[in-house]
Design a binder for this molecule. Structure first.
Ligand SMILES: CC(C)(COP(=O)(O)OP(=O)(O)OC[C@H]1O[C@@H](n2cnc3c(N)ncnc32)[C@H](O)[C@@H]1OP(=O)(O)O)[C@@H](O)C(=O)NCCC(=O)NCCS
Length: 148
């Protein structure tokens, strides 16, 4: 697993990194997001976990697991409780809405929401907040009294 610079994640972030997970720089991950790289055969005869073998063997647990990597680009924000499935890539600067199930890759600069997640629009300079809205901003590191 690779995590880039300036990374943030909330509580309950789950990564099943059986295949490689690559996370770019400046990524924000909200609470209870899951990145899942593993999956299993659809036919039950290949999915049953058999008894542990007495001696070490490759595929020691006796089940078949399939894996596919996940790549999260730079500057991505993933909303709370989103689930990213095996093989998905999320392009730079994109946003995944809270509660989404991301089954297919998402291009750069995209806002994707829902289950399955669909790109609803491109994020552009029109999404920039007005500069003056930060004038009354109180840094989180200061207590109320310190700001008086
Ligand atoms: C994706 C997100 C950023 C979109 O915000 P937005 O552009 O302000 O979206 P809006 O509130 O204008 O909603 C636009 C439409 O998309 C729908 N929508 C918004 N977010 C949605 C989501 N996560 N899942 C499904 N639909 C969603 C809205 O219902 C609305 O539909 P309508 O036009 O039929 O009414 C935001 O909804 C979101 O999911 N934020 C994540 C919050 C979070 O996880 N915070 C944790 C802190 S890190």
């Amino acid at each position: 697993m690779h995590i880039g610079k300036n990374f943030y994640c909330g509580p309950g972030f789950t990564v099943l990194d059986h295949a490689k997970v690559t996370i770019g720089d400046n990524v924000m991950i909200a609470p209870h997001v899951s990145l899942l790289t593993a999956y299993h055969p659809k036919h039950y005869t290949q999915r049953i976990v058999r008894k542990m073998p007495d001696t070490f063997e490759p595929h020691g647990r006796g089940d078949y697991e399939l894996i596919s990597p996940i790549t999260i680009g730079n500057n991505v924000w993933i909303g709370s409780s989103a689930i990213v499935l095996p093989g998905v890539s999320i392009g730079d600067n994109s946003i995944i809405g809270a509660g989404s199930v991301v089954t297919r890759s998402v291009p750069t600069d995209s806002l994707a929401i829902g289950s399955p997640a669909k790109v609803v629009r491109t994020i552009t300079e029109d999404d920039l907040l007005p500069e003056n809205m930060w004038e009354d901003f109180v840094p989180l590191t200061k207590t109320k009294n310190q700001n008086k």
